[in-house]
Design a protein around this ligand. Sequence first.
Ligand code: ADP
Length: 186
Amino acid sequence: MEKEFPGGRTLKLVGGDITKLAAEAIVNAANAGLRGGGGVDGAIHRAGGPEIMRELDGIRAAEGGCPTGSAVATTAGKLPARYIFHAVGPIFRGGGQGEAEALASCYAVCMKMASERALRSISFPSISTGVYGYPVEQAARIALTTVARALEADTTVETATFVLFDEATFQAYRRALAGLHAQSLE
Ligand code: ADP
């Protein structure tokens, strides 16, 4: 499923494993300590090899980690990408702790980092909706709205792809994208 934007830009939804799909930047759902974990983070480090963690060790030593709502870049090791953007999503604590703003910021920062590096493609997982517990219907709306806004603005990104690992997450994003379509037709 996809949505077209002016200038031939495209937002796509696909099912599957983000480590298998080539993109100039692959976004990881990391943690503030940049220490690696389970879920998509584990899959990226396993498939990418130890070089990615070595770079994160250097960033952690220099900067102490990465704040929630932001991201840091490394190279991609053995993954089919030039960069990994390690974005730190919020842990969902009921929704009154700035979670929505932090989640939107992850996507906005990654789109900005892609454009700063003149990248044409970027792929995202569903940040925060795994162990961080963000309700997927809400998270999907925030993710798609934020990336759509960036694709409507000035960016070098031609294709932004959400790679959704499980069927329930894919269906939630599909519904949210249909909602976005309806809004833009109003
Ligand atoms: P968070 O800690 O930000 O919640 P998780 O990795 O626990 O991150 O989950 C985020 C989403 O990533 C979930 O929807 C999970 O199913 C999904 N996921 C897990 N492995 C992969 C993978 N290899 N590719 C894409 N998405 C994945």
